[in-house]
Design a protein around this ligand. Sequence first.
Ligand code: APR
Length: 236
Amino acid sequence: MKSFNYKEYRRIIFFTGAGMSAESGIPTYRGKGGIWNEYNWEDFACQSAFDLNPEKVLEFHELRRIEALKCSPHPGYHLIRKIEKEKSNTYIITQNIDGMHQRADSKNVLELHGSLWRMRCQNESLILEDKLTGSYSKKKCQCGFWLRPDIIWFQDMLNDNIVSLANNLINKSDLFISIGTSAVVWPAAGFPKLAKKSGAFCIEINPEETDLSYIYNKTIRMRASEGLNTLFSLGS
Ligand code: APR
């Protein structure tokens, strides 16, 4: 790690997953304490569950909003924001729906899997911000249809524009730092390989080995904030 200096890189991507928010107190999806160990996604996180019982699915997401509001961005988020301010071509591509990067004031955030803080009317193709409280302010659209969380659930298609923007940014990056993702969900799972293929220097921060650890130039086996702090103190 001695030779690493982030100042030498021009286009930096931070690619974050649930492990980034774990230190703030938001549970991950897989592994110990993971959401999908406690809840069946088939009952709470797919369109057919919503069609069957919208109230139950909305309650599950309200619970997640309430939990997220109890948490605050940890120092790792603020460090990413600091780099973003310092280096203009810095982007955050996140699989997280909790809005923590934005709460740390980051601006260039691409949310691959949507946001807990938006609702969508499928009838009117309308997207509504709904940020203030744990409970949703409205559960039905004025047209009478149920509003669903603007989140990519299991079996949903990702937003093509967001995916191609992410691909373009990664293609042009020269430093790619993945933090706290098990890298098993596609297309996000393909991003580290794309970065490597594009010639970026690739770093993984994760206390655990992942299926993709072998492709990284460097792996840092630490928690998110500690790993980020270690990495960026080398180049400051
Ligand atoms: N710091 C860094 N990494 C951590 C920490 C921490 N403090 N704690 C846990 N991790 C790592 C775990 O080792 C694991 O590799 O975070 C990863 C979390 O993996 P997942 O729970 O699978 O989360 P993620 O990869 O973001 O999941 C992707 O799956 O269900 C979907 O849509 C959901 O966006 C989510 C997607």
